[in-house]
Design a binder for this molecule. Structure first.
Ligand code: T1G
Length: 689
């Protein structure tokens, strides 16, 4: 990181440069260095004004999030910088190119005048980390842009354009041409009558109404409430007191488990992109993709690819399915335009990038082929044998399989090195997670290309080795196994769901399987009854399926769905479960919600540890990200493995040993990795590198 300081006329330009995102690092001394230069310029008679500027594409992404781990007091250096900038006797202009986020935006707000390039973007993303703008932003931005708009920015974390920022008064000018030249020209005027020192501006007129409205917003997090509390303090007109309150709230949030979990996930989503040991093998660019299979998954995948501005061919031999696929894509893209998410021009351009055919031979040659046909090895064989015949030699051949053996699929071709798994989660155009399955013979550059492709389409790619269920579904099966055992031991479906939803799971297991289709789980249990006879499930879900109750799609599963969507408790199911307990001579007992949560979540953790131990998942954080981005695990808990570290592995082992003495205790054999880490007094986090 470096600072380039140059005198241009009577102006001092301080250009700070800290690749890759110009983070305002305290640990590395950048923040302190900027502050010293601004302070020194106060007594430099050759300097009449100061320009602060970052890169052309990133003014600053904000504070260095890693700075705070173990040294929360580092935020103080940022506050000192903001105060020095605001109290400067010489006008300070922020010349903003590109991204201006978090502490970067607070620096701009503390300056006396703000000039931005037309492509600049502005946001306070702190709330997505469970934090609040801790560098004076809660006190200064409302005074600059009005309370309502500033609160919107801080509570949403969303970015606004330079034009929008100008409109609300967050910045002062959008530069015509080079933003630095424009800033120099403005600074040369001495900012006479132009300077707006935000901290010294009056209390915003809309403060009371904005606070009132914000306080009634749904799902306000702790950080959100603290932001509102800080903005409310502006009414007292005492900037120092407001800054003190902000500092106190920031300190509490920084140390909170929620923020630690969210920061863990922030870095985790970037760590999973790193393939251990592999220098980033050269990845082959993908600009055109052929999707083979126009069913629900194929349609969702095609939409995701078109939304990433790729050229897409869909191959679907069944005319009606092909028409339905095409219609589904049209509907999705046009709805995005109707809702204003994209312009109609973008929507039309994306639709023009789609071609549909009934045979592979008619499809345009592609860089990547994604097979998304029925989960049947015969069907996969047909597709991959055809792909081997028609796909260009350096094309990547991917299967969207969720349960079948990718290595077996690769053997249907003469090029297993080019075969990889791309396991999308339905709906594929919505769900962020993409399991990138590396086969035994998948070449490093094929894997690297798949990971680059994942980021290209806005997915979180996580590498999984080949096993039954890869990472997500294999862990999920142990979670479900405990949920079904709990039903025959004494819990009801609604109690299991309520307990886990109270823990933070987006949807309880009974509801999830009613939504996904109980028959899917039934097929997996039937297969596993043959492949893993020593690991039986409870019969309860099978009994539900034997009644033809597959969930929402049949109007009933664990619950009734009179309106097709809203679950209603069904006494028939409760009677069925009680009768089954009697059938297996199991005395039902009252089960505490806490046991439900521990049994289901600890089962996830144990299986996740087995996956890491077997090398199926590279690191514990890979399991966390799969669960955060694909299975509705609560973001505030950081993922199963991060959560395990909060419990402590020794305590986790104690609980698991208790469960080993209970119903189907065999399922609680601890993963060797947990035993090993506990013995060394280490954590899963110690393995995340
Ligand atoms: N701190 C530390 N590292 C960061 C970082 C940050 N703020 N932002 C990005 N990185 C790293 C990231 O981990 C990755 O590292 C590399 O930069 C490229 O990032 C005081 C307290 C800016 C939109 O929340 O949103 O200011 O993997 O892959 O896709 O009140 O990064 O290469 O080793 O994401 O081009 C508030 C977070 C901080 C912005 C660029 N700011 N960053 O996206 O690249 S708290 C944020 C982003 C704060 C103040 C408070 C994105 C990006 P590696 P990347 P990208």
């Amino acid at each position: 990181m470096q600072i380039i300081e140059k005198h241009v006329g009577r102006a001092l330009v301080i250009h700070f440069d800290n690749p890759p995102v110009n983070a305002l690092a305290v640990g590395g001394g950048l923040v302190q260095d900027i502050e010293r230069r601004v302070a020194r310029a106060q007594t430099d008679n050759s300097v009449e004004s100061i320009i602060l500027t970052g890169g052309s594409s990133v003014f600053s992404a904000g504070a260095d999030i890693a700075d705070f781990e173990g040294a929360p007091e580092r935020i103080d250096a940022i506050r000192v910088l903001m105060q020095t900038v605001e109290n400067s006797k010489k006008p300070i202009v922020a010349a903003i190119g590109g991204l201006c986020l978090g502490g970067g935006l607070e620096l701009a707000v503390a300056a006396h005048y703000r000039v931005a390039s037309s492509t600049a973007k502005f946001a306070f993303p702190e709330i997505s980390l469970g934090l609040l703008p801790g560098g004076g932003g809660t006190q200064r931005s409302p005074r600059l842009a009005g309370a309502a708009k500033a609160i919107d920015l801080m509570l949403s974390g969303k970015a606004i354009s330079a034009a929008e920022a100008l409109e609300i008064g967050l910045i002062d000018r959008v530069a015509d041409g080079d933003v630095l030249d424009f800033a120099l020209a403005v600074a040369a005027t001495g900012l006479a009558g132009l300077a707006r020192k935000s901290g010294q501006l009056p209390v915003p007129a809309d403060l009371a109404d904005a606070i009132e409205e914000a306080g009634h917003r749904p799902r306000l997090t702790d950080a959100g409430q603290k932001i509102i509390d800080c903005v409310r303090a502006i009414a007292d007109e005492d900037l120092e007191a407001g800054l003190k309150l902000e500092a106190d709230h920031f300190g509490e949030l920084m140390l909170s488990e929620t923020s630690r979990a969210l920061r863990h996930a922030f870095f985790g989503r970037r760590m999973v992109a790193r393939i251990p040991g592999g220098t980033r093998a050269g990845s082959r660019p993908v600009s055109r993709v052929t999707v083979v299979g126009g069913g629900l998954m194929g349609t969702g995948i095609a939409i995701a690819l078109l939304n990433a501005d790729l050229a897409v061919s869909v191959v679907e031999p069944r005319p009606d399915a092909l028409a339905k696929c095409r219609a589904g894509i049209d509907t999705s893209l046009r709805r995005d335009a109707d809702k204003g998410r994209i312009s109609s021009e973008v929507s039309e351009r994306r639709l023009a990038a789609l071609s549909v055919t009934q045979t592979l031979d008619e499809a345009v040659e592609s860089d990547l082929y994604i097979e998304a046909v029925f989960e049947d090895m015969g069907a996969k064989r047909d597709v991959f044998e055809a792909l081997d015949r028609v796909a260009p030699p350096d094309a990547i051949l991917a299967s969207n399989t969720s349960t079948l053996d990718l290595d077996a699929i690769a053997q249907f071709t003469a090029r297993p090195a080019s075969v990889v798994g791309l396991h999308f989660f339905s709906p594929a155009n919505i769900m962020r997670l993409l399991e990138v399955v590396r086969g035994a013979k998948t070449a490093p550059e094929t894997l690297a290309s798949a990971m680059t492709f994942a980021k290209r389409i806005g997915k979180t790619g996580v590498v999984a080795g080949v096993c039954d269920g890869f990472i997500g579904n294999r862990v999920f099966e142990e979670y479900l196994r405990q949920a079904w055992f709990l039903l025959e031991e004494g819990a009801s479906p609604q109690q299991v769901d309520r307990a886990l939803e109270a823990f933070g799971m987006a949807m309880g297991p009974c509801r999830v399987m009613d939504l996904a289709g109980q028959d899917i789980g039934w097929n997996i249990r039937k297969r596993r009854a043959v492949e893993q006879p020593g690991r039986p499930y409870s019969k309860v879900p099978d009994l539900i399926c034997e009644l033809g109750r597959f969930g929402q799609k049949t109007g009933a599963g664990f619950y009734q769905y009179p309106d097709g969507r809203t679950p209603q408790i069904d006494p028939l199911v409760e009677d069925l479960i009680v009768a089954h307990s009697r059938e297996i001579h199991l005395d039902r007992r009252v089960i505490a919600d806490g046991e439900i949560v521990e049994r289901c979540i600890f089962a996830m953790i144990n299986e996740g540890a087995k996956l890491v131990g077997e090398g199926i998942a590279y690191r514990p954080v890979d399991v966390d990200i799969v669960y955060l981005d694909g299975y509705g695990f609560p973001a505030s808990r950081g993922g199963p493995m991060f959560y395990a570290d909060q419990i402590g592995l020794s305590r986790l082992l104690e609980k698991m040993q208790q469960f080993e003495g209970g119903h189907h205790g065999w399922a609680w054999e601890p993963a060797p990795l947990i035993l090993d880490l506990a013995k060394k007094n280490q954590t899963f986090g110690d393995l995340n590198r």
